[in-house]
Ligand binder design. Structure first.
Ligand SMILES: CC1(C)CN=C(N2CCN(c3ncnc4sc(CC(F)F)cc34)CC2)S1
Length: 488
């Protein structure tokens, strides 16, 4: 471990953001073991000082001139020493340079776990760093996992690394990171599974464990995780701009050093910051969202949803609704391969917001009649909408927990009925697997004879809304049938 070297101490007292970037750069470039405890304490100290008192409104223009309150070397050294004592006081260091064992990982997790405050609001902001742990004995779910990895680094186990899904964190260890272990809790009211292997149970098919395609971090990617976890929120609606600027500068440092190449969510975080306040003329935030998607496709077999919702959210905010529909259809194309489980609430809420807030909002705007180039005339928008809904239906299929309910069907029917019949007729649905899947479930809602009552019902629904008699040359699942089939 690089440790807290004299050249790092020389940067103190820290008065500017640029000094923090220099500290991170020297830790990242000079050694292959950047000191996770040191960097987490420094970042946590800055974040907590700048978001705890009313600091809003300070003029922020550049890393060099933005004045930070002085951060004294002594404060950091005392906390750093305290962490070392907490860890080495309870677990013997790895003198023989061997691989960590499950027992060792569990013991480090127990040290952190048993030293946390008995009960506190776990979802509060600013509970992710070792500063929070050492000064307030509070950590969030991610913070516990990070602290365990930092603790194992202090003990000299360089094989223990952070593994990240889109809503959970655990550790890998042993030869080639072949072993996995839970070290923290997940969600509310769930018994923690600390010490157990990952994804052996039914959770194997849940989005929470991303089909065993987590981001397995190097030490430098663990630094990227702590930087991504920086939370600039002063309160629900205001950010401390100097904290956001510091996070953006550090993410660019990590990006330039190549440490974000396999970390889609960190690239997405940088894209969100760049949309608000671009710092790099050559790289548009839209290019960053595409890069995150490419990384998820290349390194994680396209099993991650968030890269598409980062991109969809960007298009939505910038009124590029046709493109947003495509991103959201791609997100749905990922989730359909999973089985919905009770641990997947976060992504459920994401899809619910898209289906029942964002899409209805877009429909309202687009059907206000003032949109010359309305998406209601574009068949590929209709196609992507169907793909979006179909993915959610397939997500539900085979799951123990239902996804859809009437609250989904109303906005869904309302949305689809806004497209003109001639636009809908241009969409060719190839029911390669859907037909037999659906017919397997509850009698075919597709059949090739024309007395298909679903078909008549569908036509009736559609013709009522469009007052045009149309002859469709294709069969569609009626929305009720689709919803019924999905809610099996
Ligand atoms: C498109 C979105 C709704 C925007 N922000 C999103 N985030 C997803 C989660 N975020 C993350 N960003 C970097 N790394 C990680 S690791 C992790 C799981 C946790 F348990 F460790 C979450 C996460 C950042 C914010 S997804």
């Amino acid at each position: 471990m690089a440790g807290f070297r004299d050249l790092d101490k020389a940067l103190f007292p820290i008065k500017h953001i640029s000094a923090v970037v220099k500290l991170f750069r020297s830790q990242l470039e000079d050694t292959n073991e950047p000191d996770l405890a040191l960097l987490s304490i420094v970042i946590g100290l800055i974040e907590n000082q700048l978001t705890s008192r009313s600091n809003a409104g300070q003029l922020i223009d550049s890393p060099e001139t933005t004045v930070l309150p002085r951060f004294e070397l002594e404060t950091v050294e005392n906390l750093y020493r305290k962490f070392k004592i907490v860890i080495t006081g309870s677990v013997e260091p790895n003198k023989t340079k061997t691989y960590a064992t499950r027992d060792l990982v569990k013991r480090v997790s127990d040290v952190i776990w048993n030293s946390l405050t008995r009960s506190y609001y776990k979802d509060r902001a600013h509970l992710q760093s070792l500063y929070s742990y050492l000064t307030g004995s509070k950590l969030d779910c991610f913070g516990v996992a990070f602290a365990v990895v930092a603790g194992c680094q202090v003990l000299g186990y360089d094989d223990v690394h952070l593994a990240l899904s889109e809503d959970h964190a655990w550790v890998v260890f042993g030869p080639h990171g072949s072993e996995t272990a839970e070290v923290t809790w997940h969600g509310k009211g769930n018994e923690d599974k600390r010490g157990q292997e990952i994804g052996k149970l039914d959770s194997a098919r849940s989005w929470l464990y991303v089909n065993n395609k987590p981001v397995v971090c190097t030490r430098q990617m663990e630094v990227a995780a702590l930087v991504s976890a920086i939370n600039p929120s002063l309160n629900a609606s205001v950010d401390a701009t100097e904290v956001a600027l510091l996070q953006q500068e550090l993410l660019w440092l990590l990006y330039d050093l190549g440490h974000l190449k396999k970390y889609p969510m960190a690239i997405g975080n940088l894209g969100d910051l760049e949309e608000i306040s671009p710092k790099r003329p050559g790289i548009a935030c839209s290019a960053l969202f595409e890069e995150a998607i490419d990384a998820a496709r290349r390194f994680y077999n396209n099993q991650h949803v968030y890269p598409y919702t980062y991109q969809g959210g960007y298009y939505f905010r910038n009124k590029k609704y046709k493109e947003a529909f495509e991103s959201w259809a791609n997100a749905s194309d990922v989730i359909r391969l999973y089985n919905y489980s009770r641990d997947d609430e976060e992504i459920y809420k994401e899809f619910l917001e898209i289906a029942n807030e964002h899409i209805p909002y877009i429909m309202k705007i687009e059907s206000s009649g003032f949109e010359a180039n309305t998406i209601l005339k574009k068949s590929e928008c209709f196609a992507n909408l169907l793909k979006f809904y179909d993915g959610i239906c397939q997500w539900e299929e085979g799951s123990a927990t239902p996804v859809l309910h009437i609250g989904w069907a109303k906005p869904l029917v309302n949305t689809i009925s806004k497209f003109d019949a001639d636009v809908r007729a241009q969409v060719h649905i190839v029911c390669d697997n859907m037909e037999e899947k659906l017919s397997k479930k509850n009698g075919s809602i597709f059949n090739n004879n024309n007395n298909n009552n679903y078909e008549k019902e569908y036509q009736a629904t559609m013709s009522k809304s469009n007052n045009k008699d149309q002859t469709t040359s294709h069969f569609y699942p009626t929305i009720e049938a689709l919803t019924a089939a999905c809610s099996e």
